[in-house]
Write a protein that binds this ligand. Structure first.
Ligand SMILES: [Zn+2]
Ligand SMILES: [Zn+2]
Length: 199
């Protein structure tokens, strides 16, 4: 199954509705996508609507995974919480990552800025992933070498941390030849998560 990660819709600063985004990526041969609208403009009611919409545009053939992108440290650090179905309180980085995990999600450091290693001390051992390839920041040709370097350093104390890619989708122009992930799984649902093997 193929899917794209890190997608913004009209729920935050994206230009497209979730329905149109799903249609476009289905047409491009994808089977799932993970949305990550900006958390700052969500309240509980908006989150409830968001999660309900993700479910209503999903079926056996296509899955929309709800998620949010959180800004910390004055906006210099962005953390993606994929798979959460409720809002998570942001007081500090460590509590955010713990909150994402408690809400059943995966915490990924988005488009790591220069010097990230000095900023993420509190969550180094807790992160599930680092976005080594963010298409908006790094282009469509290749991931960023510095981000891989960061991944290697974090891995010294955190063996589960994985390399993630993300489209950072905001508008239709970015749907052309998307950077995607492939997973081996029988079912497109949360239970399938434990059986998948990223390739
Ligand atoms: Zn971001
Ligand atoms: Zn983003």
């Amino acid at each position: 199954m193929r899917g794209v990660l890190h997608v913004h819709s009209v729920f935050s600063d994206g230009e497209e509705s979730l329905e149109r985004i799903v249609q476009t990526f289905r047409d491009a041969g994808m089977h799932f996508l993970a949305v990550s609208d900006h958390a700052e403009i969500f309240d509980d009611e908006r989150m409830r609507q968001y999660v309900a919409l993700c479910a209503s545009v999903s079926n056996g053939q296509f899955l929309v995974i709800p998620g949010l992108e959180f800004a910390l440290k004055g906006g210099s650090i962005h953390i993606l919480g994929y798979g959460i179905t409720r809002r998570v309180r942001v007081s500090n980085m460590e509590q955010l990552v713990d909150g994402i995990h408690e809400a059943g999600g995966i915490a990924v450091l988005a488009h790591p800025p220069e010097g990230s290693i000095n900023l993420i001390g509190a969550i180094k051992s807790k992160l599930d992933g680092i976005e080594v390839w963010n298409v908006r920041y790094d282009g469509v040709i290749a991931p960023r070498a510095d981000s891989f370097q960061l991944l290697r350093r974090v891995r010294k104390s955190n063996l589960k941390v994985a390399a993630y890619c993300g489209v950072d989708f905001h508008k239709m122009g970015q749907a052309h030849k998307p950077v995607y992930v492939e997973v081996e799984t029988e079912h497109l649902d949360r239970a399938g998560r434990d059986h998948q093997r990223p390739t």
